[in-house]
Write a protein that binds this ligand. Structure first.
Ligand code: CIR
Length: 265
């Protein structure tokens, strides 16, 4: 359980930060090459995503592209935003380390308190799920035990409990396979839930073959998910969630999903 009682659910936000993709996005990291992303489509999808965030009443900052960092549109990996403060991450992907400095300024517009993972460990925001009860950190190829331990020390001072869990082998981030739907409900792939990391939560399992739908965001009243996963969409609608769908075909070529594209606070 969280060490402090929170008045706002962890899926309620007034602000978000995003960054438009640059021309260099075609060189973004990917596990499997499925062809270069179509930049015009990616721009259009990004604009649609920002519109969905704004549609819930949130104030959304859209930063300019950073051409020297092809993956910079995936802003989630650069910071963790909590009510008490923000923490700048230390990405495990060497090509992404420099993105973090570019997030300090935008965050300082909203946060007085900004901490930083100094290392030697590594941690990326995609491996962190804030449920409201606790902060889950999945160890992965990008996030190691030292990075998680350094974050634990920072957030403990802010009253948050942090639990270290495992990301399934071959899965980029913990949240590639899981999302928060409401304060006690998680959407997860079967392979991740099988680890028992969500015991004590209500867990909805993504239908087989739609594993890529597991990365979505609950953003205020909206559940924002990638298009092309009709069974997951049907499951969520049947559960009463207010589902909004956006095309994600081009970011998916770079292993990016709905959570990666924003910092929410
Ligand atoms: C990367 O490999 O770092 C990017 N191409 C994708 C990052 C996706 N971020 C996320 O899931 N939080």
């Amino acid at each position: 359980m969280s060490l402090v009682e929170r008045s706002e659910p962890s899926w309620q936000f007034t602000r978000a930060i995003t960054r438009r993709p640059g021309q260099s996005a075609v060189q973004g990291l990917r596990a499997v090459n499925t062809g270069a992303p179509d930049l015009a489509q990616m721009e259009a999808d990004h604009a649609a995503y920002v519109a969905l965030l704004r549609g819930t009443g949130a104030e959304v900052t859209v930063l300019d592209p950073l051409e020297e960092y092809p993956d910079a549109l995936f802003v989630e990996d650069t910071a963790l935003c909590l009510p008490e403060g923000a923490v700048l991450m230390r990405p495990g992907a060497p090509s992404r380390l420099g993105e973090v400095d570019h997030m300090a300024g935008p965050l300082s517009a909203s946060y007085d308190r900004i901490a930083r993972i100094e290392g030697p460990g590594f941690i990326e925001g995609g491996d962190i799920l804030v449920t409201g009860r606790e902060i889950l950190v999945g160890l992965s190829a990008r996030t190691d035990a030292a990075g998680a331990a350094e974050l634990r020390d920072i957030v403990a001072d802010w009253g948050h409990a942090l639990r270290v869990v495992e990301t399934p082998p071959g899965v980029l981030h913990f949240k590639t396979d899981s999302s928060l739907l409401d304060s006690g409900t998680i959407l997860s792939t079967a392979r991740l839930a099988a680890s028992g990391c969500f015991d004590g939560y209500r867990v909805l399992i993504v239908p087989e073959g739609e594993e890529a739908a597991a990365n979505l965001i609950r953003f205020n009243e909206a559940v924002i998910m990638a298009a092309g996963f009709p069974r997951t969409e049907g499951l969520l609608r049947a559960e009463g969630f207010d589902v909004r769908v956006v095309n994600n075909s081009e970011c998916a070529r770079l292993d990016g999903g709905m959570s990666c594209l924003s910092l929410r606070f």
